[in-house]
Design a protein around this ligand. Structure first.
Ligand SMILES: Nc1ncnc2c1ncn2[C@@H]1O[C@H](COP(=O)(O)OP(=O)(O)OP(=O)(O)O)[C@@H](O)[C@H]1O
Ligand SMILES: [Mg+2]
Length: 280
């Protein structure tokens, strides 16, 4: 499979402070890589570096000629302001062609056709005249993916794309990404905290804590101590919120986090060995 992008021992930082240290990573056609890690562990910074929005302070990034020509589609981490964007769906999707428009004052017929085609591709053509801010979370996400696909369909970079979606919209989102990845060979680089789902979706995991703690296939990741620690952390958070309390009633309190982590990693390992079954 063709190499799209390669990071060799790259560092990124802000005003002499390192945020990302010594990351080596390859992205090939059709890859599906998830980046996990706690808040502030450098995930978004690494994505910005890969997109060329930040310059490495050490190491180097090699971008293939193919990807230089095609560009990268980007779905940034969402802010409230972006959700209120006062434009029609068609305008938002078309703005994904900005990089290709260059200095021309107007979009070409070809770019408008690309925007229409991507609306069709994501099943939201009937929403094209709707105001973006009036859409549901799941619809907004489809619009933003259609927008990213206007930039390219070689590599999509998605930063915490499921934030704010309800469970059915989340499953729909994963199906869509899986389709783009498997059927259309779009390479996916996705930042997510949603470990329960991503271990069934991605091929590889990069676990960041400023430096990479783990980078490799999901089936190895789920057996690693990093996955256990991360899942135990997530479970502890869930329990705090009171979600897991009922389900696990009867278990010894001290064992809760450990048991749940093992159970989850065990399931995930079985599934990925079978070749990535559905999450359900
Ligand atoms: N624009 C910026 N200027 C200065 N420091 C920044 C900037 N953006 C991020 N940082 C710092 O860099 C570190 C990594 O931040 P980053 O946003 O990459 O983390 P993250 O893993 O994406 O976190 P989250 O899960 O909260 O999105 C943090 O210490 C953060 O405070
Ligand atoms: Mg982030």
């Amino acid at each position: 499979m063709g190499l799209l992008l390669k990071c060799e021992h790259v560092d990124f930082g802000y005003e002499n402070q390192d945020a990302v240290v010594d990351v080596s990573l390859e992205v090939r056609t059709g890859d599906y890589i998830c980046i996990v890690g706690e808040n502030g562990s450098g995930k978004s910074t690494l994505m910005k570096g890969i997109l060329g929005l930040l310059k490495p302070t050490a190491g180097r990034i090699e971008v293939s000629e193919e990807l230089k020509r095609a560009g990268i589609g980007y779905l940034p981490q969402q802010t409230e302001a972006q959700k209120d964007f006062p434009a029609t769906v068609f305008e938002v999707v078309l703005s994904g062609c900005l990089g290709k428009r260059g200095n021309r004052p107007f979009y070409s017929a070809r770019e408008k056709n690309a925007a229409r085609a991507n609306l069709e591709r994501l099943g939201i053509a009937d929403l094209r005249k709707s105001c973006f801010r009036d859409l549901s979370g799941g619809q907004k996400q489809r619009v933003l993916i259609a927008r990213a696909l206007c930039a390219t369909d070689r590599l999509l970079v998605l930063d915490e794309p499921i934030t704010g979606l309800d469970p059915s919209a989340i499953q729909e989102f994963y199906q869509l990404i899986r389709h783009l990845n498997r059927e259309e060979q779009v390479a996916i680089l996705m930042v997510s905290h949603d470990m329960a789902n991503i271990v069934h979706q991605a091929d590889k995991i990069l676990h960041m804590r400023q430096r990479p703690l783990f980078y490799g296939p999901v089936r190895e990741y789920v057996k690693s101590r990093w996955a256990r620690e991360f899942l135990a952390g997530e479970d502890a958070a869930e329990e705090k919120a009171g979600n897991a309390a009922e389900e696990k009633a009867g278990n010894a309190t001290e064992e809760k986090a450990g048991n749940a982590a093992e159970e989850k990693t065990g399931n995930a390992a079985g599934v990925s060995a079978d070749g990535k079954e559905d999450a359900t």
